[in-house]
Write a protein that binds this ligand. Structure first.
Ligand SMILES: NC(=O)C1=CN([C@@H]2O[C@H](COP(=O)(O)OP(=O)(O)OC[C@H]3O[C@@H](n4cnc5c(N)ncnc54)[C@H](OP(=O)(O)O)[C@@H]3O)[C@@H](O)[C@H]2O)[C@@H](O)CC1
Ligand SMILES: [K+]
Length: 502
């Protein structure tokens, strides 16, 4: 068993693959072995997380996830912990493995109750064994059992930390979204710390969508079973390798990034040059050799005195054929007429924000974008879910319901690398499993951090990384900069950009 940390790349397996791995292992092992291992591992982690618990509540569902909880109850009871089990199953009606664990728990005099213990405190522990990978999407026609709903609410509001077995209950393994009727009430974060012990495999849900908040710290126990030849459906990104810099190098060795964006105040009364300057700052601090900025401002081109390294250029003075271009940050409507030239000429291109919106509204630009790959031109799109929805002709809820699939669709449709931003950003390229970024936190939810990401992708593309590696590495470093932020110090996009090289 080990804790999953963002530094190491890890394979992710969807529900179907996990089932196949489980079935193959179960066929080789004596009956009930996997559940016994799962329960023993759960009990071990529970004791490590709450060694002085006065009370442990184990909420067990009707299926085999509940069986894992019953098995853990047996071990914790035997170790002397005061355990209370609430079980949604019925003796004689549970799946065979869960039935056997119920019998073992019953024989060990585990205490069963109809309601959770009322007096849980912060030193106690809840074990969530209600639902695992057997959860189906549900829907309007499937009203959850009232006890299931009540126990999910009690777990959400619990002052005691929660250890989820395999998955936080209600979360769909493949998408990181809740099944119908099983989402926590309101948008409030849980009251106490969350831990998840994933069994056999890591599932995508633990790292994207609603999964990050629900899962908390993630642990993996493979139950002594290797995935064999089963291919992962996605990867959790690890730390990017540091870029080696030869002593005998010069500013031209690390590439030139040109940021095109920042509609001027004069055009529509919406001054957005800050977005382009943030992207440029990120490119600079992300290691680009030279950074040029073409602000889309009819009026004056102000010198950014705080960043004198930035070289201001008019758009038509850019030699697009030899630049890595980051296009769209704060581009407003002014970026639209420039896109045909940028799409045709830039050998390496990052498209963000208003460039994406312009492309979403224009089939001719979409064709131009898709044609770039055949010419060997690299492209990275960095949409947030609404921009992704516009590009795909979907709504935001549809994109969020299947984040991995949406990122793959974007990559395949436009033959490029797509970064679907949000909690657990997804990076996809055609024909390969996508990657989910494990770093970052809610402090990134502030204006301008997306521009910083686009600039950093540009810097990494310019320095010679493959488009997918540039994007995945930039996401990881951008999130890591936020994870290392000092408590009590405001995270602003400009400070984030300056920290990228730290
Ligand atoms: N077998 C083994 O060897 C091993 C199994 N392992 C463990 O088993 C877990 C998988 O067990 P599982 O397949 O029994 O499914 P599980 O997650 O308990 O859920 C099934 C229950 O959910 C219910 N339900 C479904 N959708 C619903 C909805 N929308 N809303 C409400 N309810 C819904 C469904 O109801 P039904 O559709 O049958 O009416 C059924 O009662 C896995 O995650 C791991 O923890 C490990 O120990 C390794 C060895
Ligand atoms: K669970």
């Amino acid at each position: 068993m080990h804790r999953i940390l963002p530094d190491h790349r890890a394979p992710l397996f969807d529900q179907a693959a996990t089932r196949r791995i489980e079935e193959a292992a179960a066929a080789r092992l004596p009956p009930h072995t996997l559940m016994q291992r799962a329960g023993e591992a759960t009990a071990r982690l529970a004791r490590a997380l709450a060694p002085h618990a006065r009370r442990i509540w184990i909420a067990c569902g009707p299926g085999n996830n509940g069986g894992d909880g019953l098995e853990a109850a047996l071990h914790l009871r035997t170790a002397g912990y005061p355990v209370t089990v609430t079980w949604l199953g019925q003796p004689g009606h549970a799946p065979a493995d869960a039935q056997r664990s119920w019998q073992r728990a019953h024989d060990a005099c585990v205490a069963f109750a109809d309601t959770p213990p009322p007096d849980l405190g912060p030193a106690d522990l809840c074990v969530d064994a209600l639902l695992g990978i057997g959860l189906a999407p549900g829907g309007a026609q499937r009203a959850p059992d009232p006890r299931l709903r009540a126990w999910l609410d009690a777990l959400h509001a619990s002052p005691a930390p929660v250890l989820a077995v395999d998955l936080p209950s209600g979360l769909l393994a493949d998408t990181g979204q809740y099944a119908g009727g099983l989402a926590p009430p309101g948008a409030t974060p849980p009251r106490s710390a969350r831990h998840t012990l994933s069994l056999l495999t890591l599932k995508p849900a633990l790292f994207t969508g609603a999964g990050r908040d629900a899962a908390g710290a993630v642990w993996l126990h493979d139950l002594g079973v290797a995935p064999g030849t089963e291919p992962p459906c996605a990867w959790l990104s690890g730390a990017p390798a540091p870029l080696a810099r030869a002593h005998a190098s010069h500013k031209g060795s690390y590439g030139d990034v040109a940021v095109v964006g920042g509609e001027g105040l004069a055009q529509r009364g919406l001054g957005m040059s800050g977005a382009a300057l943030l992207a440029a700052s990120a490119a600079l601090h992300g290691g680009a050799g030279r950074v040029l900025v073409a602000l889309l401002d009819e009026g004056l081109q102000p010198l950014d005195t705080a960043q004198p390294e930035l070289m201001l250029r008019r758009f038509d003075a850019l030699d697009l054929e030899r630049l890595t271009v980051v296009c769209g940050c704060g581009g407003g409507e002014a970026v639209r007429p420039l896109l045909p030239r940028v799409l045709a000429a830039a050998p390496r291109l990052v498209l963000d924000a208003d460039a994406l919106n312009a492309i979403a509204a224009d089939p001719a630009l979409q064709h131009q974008l898709s044609d770039r790959a055949a010419r060997g031109q690299a492209t990275v799109l960095t949409p947030h879910p609404l921009e992704a929805a516009r590009l795909l002709g979907l709504d935001t809820a549809q994109v969020q319901a299947h984040r991995l699939q949406a990122a793959r669709l974007l990559a395949e449709r436009f033959r490029c690398v797509a970064v679907l931003k949000g909690s657990g950003s997804v990076v996809a390229e055609p024909g390969q499993p996508p990657a989910i970024n494990p770093t970052g936190n809610a402090r990134l939810a502030t204006a301008g951090t997306g521009d910083v990401l686009a600039g950093l992708v540009g810097a990494r593309l310019a320095s010679g990384h493959r488009a997918f590696d540039a994007a995945a590495g930039a996401c990881w470093l951008h999130g890591r900069a936020a994870d290392g932020w000092r408590e009590g110090r405001a995270l602003t996009a400009s400070a984030l950009a300056r920290r990228l090289g730290a």
